[in-house]
Design a protein around this ligand. Sequence first.
Ligand code: ADP
Ligand code: ZN
Ligand code: ZN
Length: 812
Amino acid sequence: MLQPVPPRWLEVWVDHPHLGGCFTYRVPEGSAPEAGDLLSVPFGQQMAGAVALGWRSELPAGVDPQSVREIEAVVAKGILPKEFWPLLQRVADYYLTPLAQVVRTVLPPGLLSRSQRRVRLLRLPAEGEECSPAAQTLLQLLQAKGGELSWRYVQQQVPTAALALRELQRRGWVESFWQEQQGGRVKTQLAASLADDSPEGLSLPQQKALQILKQKGGELLLAEWERLAGVSRAVLQGLARKGRVHLYERPLLRLGDASLPGWRDPPRPLTAAQAQAVEAIRQALGRFQRFLLHGVTGSGKTEVYLQVIAQVLQQGRSALVLVPEIGLTPQLMDRFRARLGSQVWAYHSGLSEGERYDTWRQMLSSTPQVVIGTRSAVFAPLSKLGLIVLDEEHDDSFKQDQPQPCYHARQVAEWRAELAGCPLVLGSATPAVETYAAHLQDPQRWIRLALPQRIPQAGIPATLPQLELVDMRQELQAGNRSILSRRLHQALQRTLDRGEQAILFVPRRGHSTFVLCRSCGFVLTCEHCDVSLTFHLAHLGGQELRCHYCGARQPHPQRCPACGSPYLKHFGTGTQKVVEVLHQHWPQLSILRYDSDATRRKGSHRDLLEQFRSGKAQVLVGTQMLTKGLDIPQVTLVGVMAADGLLHQADYRAGERSFQLLTQVAGRSGRGSLPGQAIIQTYLPEHPILRAVLAQDYEGFLRAELQQRREGGYPPHRALILIRLSSTRLEALERYCHRVAERLQGIPAEVLGPGPAQVERVAGRYRWQILLKQLPDQDWDRPKLAAQIQAAIGHPPQGIRVSLDVDPLRIL
Ligand code: ADP
Ligand code: ZN
Ligand code: ZN
């Protein structure tokens, strides 16, 4: 008896600007696609590029097997690494997002449209070998046109081209392959290589130029050589004419700035603590293990990464290094390249589409390499992954706010390391509460490696900066109304006198977020919740205070409810204001501003930092971005303009964020051989978070924080899901929000809201939200919950957008 062959269904992601998504296709006999292969499939009236996601044993319910179309061909193997499919599926499940949307997030834009399918003749049929007429036609066409053609052309010329091709491929006479589209895509740059270094008959500048080329290893891009030698191009061309060098076109991959820095960075002899950390991670290479590298700023964490990665590369594997901001990558790139050579690539959303595409292709090669990138690089398609590092793992930018999937790169990295069977190293001076709590809960599962001390610089034992709080209430009492305290003014003056550098940190928010009494330090808080009220300019121009947890509103008071003082201050001094004030005191002072306005242009991060590093300015005034890995030896003073702007954000994570930011920013001071100082201005010096920062007491901070989280039912004790809803029509939105919230009653969570988001209207859209609280952190039935949430959302009325944020970091 003949067994019927079971149908073979393949889940496929189809690339199409409007109609693309996940579809099921049938796989023809003899074809064996694997997850991650690039396919061509019939889609509507056309053929489309697609990616195989995985097999399915059954068709989705209600799909007629007769209506399922067949994939046409496998055009390239492995455009995604094998472990990707389960990873993407996991992201989709956990973050309650359709798989198609996850795939779209992960693939670089235009990946498929940039490639072109071609067919190539391998051999002609021998005497007596027969094939179908269509196949015959195709063979003749290929033969006549030089053996290789684009598939599009073949389809125009041969009526049943797909069938013919399959037949010919089966016989091994023709192959089909995928190629990047031609047409000005391959850029080249003129380069020189040394042929003969004898100095006879050369002018002095020519001799000098030749010497430099030799020093640089005999090969340089012409532009770079010109710059290094300080001579004109004519001088160099003269050398080519005299046969001393060859000039040639070197193809240029658009991989960002791929040049090697001009310095080499040899491995350092490790301190005892570093050696222990390196050894522990090395022991774990080749299997999944979680590490928390807990080291104060300047304790040599990066050196630990570098030495472990060197070993990973030696073992023929690749490493992925995730960092919070693009601003960090150039500095780090230089250091990594100076140590590890040219197999170090950057991958982040700041690259152009073309650069991302090229880097993606490059990462697919099996060459051992290092990829440094931001959040989205957690999906870098490295195939032989040997290590994942998340530096500054506590940083919020690892979480995607929108669009869905609202993934956290730390979470995805953990899954990925597990799937790849490699260690995961999270590095931080101020670990996220979640991470540290996980370590406390199971120290074997999360191994903590500690680097408790700074590395001595130039033989001088390095110490953490001296920290000091300045009570701004006393400034006011003493008649100083400036945003600059007398203490900070004095310290700044001394720093300038000594020719050292200072950084002034301004908590980011441009607008006032909370209201504080300048006379007594009282902060206006909600009577129902334990959070500060938020100042709003309502859209009709009125001023009001709102609670973002329960939605309560009240008009803005004229006087402080605690002491009656009229000096209520709305917090939020901008960087521009600070620069202005500095110029009033020191008209000649050179100041650089470092915030998202000033660094929007590509590459400007690097320029700004370079300018500051080289001493072009004495003071750097900036926001959050300053806290990230900035390592400038001349900086001996860090000033925090108003810590209160951080402390009183209406958010359950305000305390954690403040502790981390203030500790990090203070850590920018005294990184070199000069002792550092940090001055934090505040209206509430007795605040426990500030006390913990001052005492540099992470554990103390953490214990208090975990206690509060447990009492409030917040992560890591309990999980949260935030449902964001928006529309241009407020009434319809409000009505719908209430309906959704009602339908959510009965799910195993506390339903908070609906209520407006902190900034209720953005670009003409009203934004509301519903918070699901007290979700059990582990073991909850996600598919069931997802179904319940889906049911509550139903089909939103026209014009209303809904998105789900699982584990939101901000619930405003
Ligand atoms: P982190 O990443 O923890 O902030 P880094 O790795 O950047 O610390 O190290 C801080 C400084 O100390 C850097 O200038 C680095 O080159 C230097 N350094 C790190 N480890 C050593 C070592 N073992 N010996 C000498 N210098 C070191
Ligand atoms: Zn409230
Ligand atoms: Zn008061």
